[in-house]
Ligand binder design. Structure first.
Ligand SMILES: Cc1cc2nc3c(=O)[nH]c(=O)nc-3n(C[C@H](O)[C@H](O)[C@H](O)COP(=O)(O)O)c2cc1C
Length: 304
């Protein structure tokens, strides 16, 4: 038996795999097609205070072995989300985490409260949306990120994680600031900015031109972020996220220092990927005499 349990801040998860926000809907609507039993937690699509329409089409495009998206966080707003989710979250075979977005710290706090009232086990703070004050993404700036985390920390009792961006110039400074403000863990990372153009029409492949690049090519970028954060802030749990497609990707994140690993884009091609990835992780552990996945965390070996 391989012990798959991991700790993420105050939470113990039965599996190191987490279903990433925006790739498994509200979780309960994904239950029929996905394999929720493979995950230690599943994060619902981000929700804002008021309904957001999102961007006009086209908002998804393939890009090499990765994917570009410019959805614009379309969502029904926390009021309607809460009404729909309230009675459904408890029946699922996985703890559901909510994900909050907003244009200012108070809006994040209102959403987090609504998520908590709906019964989520934790709140992930999606800092990758623009700040009302300066139009810049919160996650680029340690002070702006910390102000959001402080507001959410004061609003809810459930554990909170802060989702960071690889676009930040100094992701360690942002991680340090949000930890100081009360985040129980950080997620590294959200998508990286990208763009593509159609040479036949000369139009951008996304209506908003720039979108989030995810999938396999994001992995080395996110691994670098995980490694830098866990090396500089060893007591801060990091959830690795970016391009995970198979069990060895999970191992790589654990070696780099991740406490758990989120799985996103692969769900669009293979909704039940979590079960395969978990199986592959167990196979790796058996072959390498690893009896507990936590033994892999941070166990990378430097060159002499
Ligand atoms: C279509 C799409 C929608 C997403 N929506 C959200 C979202 O609402 N909130 C969030 O925090 N991350 C969102 N993400 C980012 C993912 O959760 C994840 O951080 C990112 O895609 C990197 O992981 P991956 O390469 O495994 O997909 C979205 C990603 C995709 C591809």
């Amino acid at each position: 038996m391989v012990d798959l349990r991991v700790a993420v801040g105050p939470l113990t998860l039965r599996s190191p795999l987490i279903a990433a926000s925006g790739t498994v809907g509200t979780v309960y609507d994904f239950a029929a097609v996905g394999a929720l039993d493979a995950y230690g937690a599943a994060v619902a699509k981000s929700v804002s205070d008021e309904p957001w329409q999102g961007r006009p089409a086209p908002r998804l495009a393939p890009a090499g072995t990765g994917m570009l998206n410019g959805i614009g966080i379309q969502n029904p707003g926390i009021h309607s989300w809460k009404e729909q989710a309230r009675d459904r979250l408890g029946d699922l075979d996985v703890p559901v985490w909510g994900s909050a977005v907003g244009r200012d710290p108070d809006a994040f706090a209102r959403v987090a409260s609504g998520l908590e009232e709906a019964g989520v086990a934790a709140v992930e703070i999606n800092l990758s949306c623009p700040n009302l004050e300066d139009g810049l993404m919160f996650a680029l700036d340690p002070t702006a990120s910390a102000s959001v985390v402080t507001a959410v920390r004061n609003a809810v009792e459930v554990p909170i994680g802060a989702k960071l961006s690889p676009n930040a110039a100094d992701i360690v400074a942002v991680a340090d600031a949000v930890a100081e403000a009360g985040a129980d863990w950080v997620v590294a990372t959200n998508t990286v900015w990208g763009a593509r153009f159609d040479v036949a029409t000369r139009k951008p492949v996304l209506s908003g031109v720039v979108g989030g690049y995810s999938g396999r090519p994001l992995k080395p970028v996110a691994l670098r972020c995980v490694w830098e954060i866990s090396r500089s802030l060893p007591s801060l749990p990091v959830v690795g996220c970016g391009g995970v497609t198979d069990g060895e990707d999970v191992v790589e994140y654990l070696l780099a220092g991740a406490a758990a690993v989120a799985v996103g884009t692969v769900h669009f091609a293979e909704p039940r990927a979590g079960r395969r990835i978990r199986r592959e992780l167990v196979r790796y552990c058996r072959r390498h005499d690893v009896t507990a996945v936590t033994d892999l965390v941070g166990s990378w070996v430097p060159w002499q």
